[in-house]
Design a protein around this ligand. Structure first.
Ligand SMILES: C[S@@+](CC[C@H](N)C(=O)[O-])C[C@H]1O[C@@H](n2cnc3c(N)ncnc32)[C@H](O)[C@@H]1O
Length: 283
């Protein structure tokens, strides 16, 4: 089941491979702390591989879309109906403006973000320093949004899930025995950048990558199975998720990715897994 949102780094195409790494149904709670479009959760839930779930992301405006689709899908559909169709090109910047005025909660907010996600350039979600969405208009022949049946199906797959605005640390601390956790953080960059190494206010640099690896191991020691995606780089395999600490590198899918402006290439990704680690092993 495809998500209703397009999201940078979305895992629709890799969801089947990620599901295999979990090696079976989740008998406890499923956690996905870097939810994005929810592609992996929707795949697992549609196949009956997960039940109770805790879904979260640090982007509050995105989280409110998932909540609205979960709890008020008919209202979201009604709000989408009010947004431009044929004349979408002429109205793009007006809708972007009204989105930025808020409020950032409820069906009208969700509909505006979903609409901008389809009408904006490449489905990007980007904000300026003032927190204003600033993606320019997309180059599409026509505006195409998911249909009502698709929204209803996604809504029913989200039923019962706990959906939070949170940073990964807060949510992952809850994971333990029989739980499964899928982590899809912003990736380590392919080339070293000042932001990543900590010379600018990067929100997800090396410090966060290391903290995530440590928290994944803690959850594994409590009995959870944790699966993580990242770029397949020596830093990731050997320093962040080393075999010596119990990480397995179970797959190396290659996906077409935009590497830099206008340039596409094939970038290797690694899917790492850890846990459950038995106490005797941990000693
Ligand atoms: C690669 S995307 C996840 C894509 C997702 N797997 C999908 O299929 O759409 C990474 C996500 O991590 C979120 N994020 C960034 N920093 C975070 C943090 N500290 N804690 C939780 N989520 C964070 C971003 O908002 C973004 O949605």
């Amino acid at each position: 089941m495809k998500p209703v949102l397009k999201w940078a780094g979305g895992k629709s195409r890799l969801a089947g491979q990620i599901a295999e790494v979990f090696e079976g149904r989740c008998e406890g709670t499923y956690f996905e702390p870097f939810l994005g479009s929810a592609a992996v959760y929707l795949h697992l839930r549609a196949r009956g591989l997960v039940g109770p779930a805790v879904l979260s992301d640090a982007n509050a405006k995105l989280v409110e879309v998932h909540r609205a689709v979960q709890q008020r899908v008919d209202d979201v559909l009604a709000e989408l109906e009010r947004l431009p169709g044929e004349d979408w090109r002429e109205r793009y910047y007006d809708i972007r403006e009204s989105y930025n005025e808020g409020p950032f909660v409820g069906p009208a907010h969700a509909a505006r973000l979903l609409w901008l996600n389809r009408a904006g350039y490449n489905g990007l979600y980007r904000e300026n320093r003032q927190g204003r969405f600033n993606v320019p208009i997309g180059r599409y022949a026509r505006l195409s949004l998911p249909d009502a049946a698709h929204f209803q199906r996604v809504s029913s797959l989200l039923e019962g899930a706990e959906i939070y605005h949170a940073s990964f640390e807060d949510v992952m601390a809850r994971a333990g025995g029989r739980d499964q956790v899928y982590c899809d953080p912003p990736y380590v960059p392919l080339t070293a950048t000042a932001c990543f190494t900590g010379y600018c206010g990067s929100p997800f640099g090396l410090v966060q990558q290391r903290r995530l690896a440590a928290i994944a191991r803690e959850a594994a020691l409590k009995g959870a199975r944790v699966v993580l995606s990242n770029h397949d780089l020596p830093l990731v395999r050997d320093e962040l998720y080393p075999s010596a600490q119990g990480f397995r590198h179970v797959a190396r899918p290659r996906v077409a990715r935009s590497i830099s402006r206008g340039r596409r290439g094939r970038v290797a990704e690694v899917i790492a897994a850890i846990g459950p680690i038995q106490e005797v092993q941990a000693a």
